[in-house]
Design a protein around this ligand. Structure first.
Ligand code: GDP
Length: 550
């Protein structure tokens, strides 16, 4: 599979640190595309340590925004930059002379949307859990999203200033979600914090740096920059304004860049404190001016040799998008996955499971996991009670997973997203049907459904016999249209023959179809006993992939 960048997908790269991704064998192929680009030409001796890029996720109201704000004001208080920085979608914090880059859009939606577009920006996920509220549905979602991306997790146990804070309960709940904190013998760090009283902020930053050290994050500052857009908008005075995270290389004023399907020459760069700079090295957040159009969050930025190369690349990408029908990128359906499994390209079937009540989740997951074999493993990436939402579709897109719903429905926007992205969504109301279908898919037995579509009917008004055995039914189309294909002959409310329309003529011309209200001559393939007053009903068959949900 070639990526949007035109690179072949490499073998999955091993990812270290604290258990992230222990439940996923291979990474979403889209991410490999970014990695491939990032490291394609880097000779190890050119690599230098770089700052970690962090995303803050967690349940609503658990304090993501407050925590980010508190961390940022630490920086302001330190007098490094002073004043309130403009919102650019990312910020940089200094801790003991080392930088940490935070993506400012809290929540996993942005994180997953970017992953879905092939961008891998985040090195560490800070999952915020309110100590008084505990592990909630979006906490689990955040954990699953981080794991699917194989990004190490740090738990920020927030609101510990509250009298009803119950850290032990949270730790136990985390264990139930297979996140075992260090104190309980696992490898996920947990830092108690309070965004309100500012307790633990230093410790959290220290932990981020420690986890970053374990990952040995490096990049080559002496090469053409590659980065990812995290935010972009049209500014009245300045034109398209995009915030990029430079991941490797150094971006300079004057560089020619290709971003998604647009390009331009870097006219100016501003750092996260709003100051003009002439260059931006690895792991820096920088506002880029000079693009011709507004790119999308998740678009990859790449420095190229000159405008000609840029133009060629953009044209090729646009053509590719057009060829794909504008959207989506042919995500896996169960049938595709089966093929990939057969050819050894895929070793696991990833599933996002939604059910009406949480009680059924465990049972279904268990039943599904029983289907795992030596060749292919069933991996339920995320399970939760509730409707199938956009988030599930995004996670599926980013992780090359299918979405399975049990006694649950899909929201309208999620349906549209699934159609656009080509995500396979299946809903069931009987568990064994669900498991049978998945089992069948794994064994390659999932036959497409063949449906018959009645195209139209014609009344026989005159029977014409020409030569030996050739019978033409001179007919009048009463409804729909008559086309060549399957046909049934009705007489007195009964089907007297099932046949095929072999010839179809209007006057002397062979025609492909005849509409209501017109006369035509119909020649059937084998039934020669057609009579005046018979009704010929014609139908076509359509193969419906069973990927289409019931
Ligand atoms: P988000 O939805 O996760 O971004 O949560 P917010 O940052 O908006 O915080 C939700 C609420 O919790 C707000 O009323 C905050 O003031 C409050 N809050 C956030 N962090 C703390 C904390 O450490 N202690 C206390 N007591 N309240 C907090």
């Amino acid at each position: 599979m070639a990526s949007e960048l035109g690179y072949e997908i490499a073998e999955p790269v091993a990812v270290s640190a604290n258990g992230a991704g222990t439940d996923t064998e291979a990474e979403a192929p889209t991410e490999e595309a970014t990695k491939e680009v990032l490291f394609e030409e880097d000779d190890p001796s050119a690599l230098q340590p770089r700052a970690p890029i962090v995303t803050v996720m967690g349940h609503v109201d658990h304090g993501k925004t407050s925590l980010l704000d508190a961390i940022r004001t630490t920086e302001v208080a330190a007098g490094e930059r002073g004043g309130i920085t403009q919102h650019i979608g990312a910020s940089e914090v200094d801790k003991d002379g080392r930088r940490v880059v935070f993506l400012d859009t809290p929540g996993h939606e942005a994180f997953t949307a970017m992953r879905a577009r092939g961008a891998r920006v985040t090195d560490i996920a800070v999952v915020v859990v309110a100590a008084d509220d505990g592990v909630m549905p979006q906490t689990l979602e955040a954990i699953h999203h981080a794991r699917a991306a194989r990004v190490p997790i740090i738990i920020a146990l927030n609101k510990i200033d509250k009298p009803d804070a119950n850290p032990d309960r949270v730790k136990t709940e985390l264990s139930e979600a297979n996140v075992i904190v260090e104190e309980y013998g696992g490898d996920t760090p947990l830092v108690p914090v309070s965004a309100k009283t500012r307790v633990g902020l230093d410790e959290l930053l220290e932990m981020i740096l420690l986890v970053a050290d374990l990952q040995e994050l490096t990049a080559n500052p002496r090469r053409n920059a590659v980065g990812t857009i995290v935010e972009a908008q049209l500014d009245k005075g300045r034109g398209p304004v995009a915030t990029a995270i430079v991941q490797t290389g150094t971006l300079r004023v004057g560089d020619v860049i290709v971003v998604g399907e647009t390009f331009g020459k870097v006219r100016a760069l501003e750092n996260s404190a709003g100051k003009r700079v002439t260059k931006a090295g690895p792991s820096s957040a920088v506002v880029v001016l000079g693009l011709a159009e507004v790119p999308q969050a998740g678009d990859i930025l790449r420095v190229v040799a000159d405008e000609r190369e840029a133009r060629t690349m953009v044209e090729a990408r646009r053509a590719q998008t057009a060829a794909r029908g504008g959207e989506g990128s042919g995500r896996a359906t169960l049938e595709d996955l089966y093929r990939q499994i057969q050819t050894g390209q895929a070793k696991e079937l990833r599933i996002i499971l939604k059910a009406d009540v949480s009680g059924s989740l465990g049972a279904i997951t268990h039943a599904l996991e029983q289907l795992s074999s030596d060749e292919v493993r069933i991996n339920v990436l995320h399970e939760a009670a509730g409707d199938i939402t956009d988030n599930d579709i995004m996670l599926a897109t980013a992780s090359n997973a299918i979405v399975v719903g049990f006694n649950t429905k899909i929201t309208e926007t999620a349906r549209r997203a699934a159609d656009a992205e080509g995500v396979d969504v299946r809903t069931y109301d009987i568990i064994y049907k669900l498991t049978d279908d998945i089992d069948a898919a794994l064994k390659g037995l999932l036959e497409p459904e063949i449906v018959e579509v009645i195209e139209g009917r014609a009344e026989v008004r005159q029977v014409i016999r020409i030569g030996k055995g050739t019978v033409i039914a001179g007919s009048y189309v009463t409804d729909g249209r008559i086309v060549r294909g399957g046909a049934r002959v009705w007489r007195g409310g009964k089907v007297v023959a099932t046949d095929r329309i072999e010839s179809l003529r209007r006057f002397r011309d062979d025609v492909r179809e005849v509409a209501t209200g017109f006369e035509c001559g119909i020649g059937l393939a084998s039934f020669h006993d057609v009579q005046e007053g018979d009704v010929i009903e014609c139908y076509t068959t359509q193969t419906i992939s069973r990927a289409v949900p019931a």
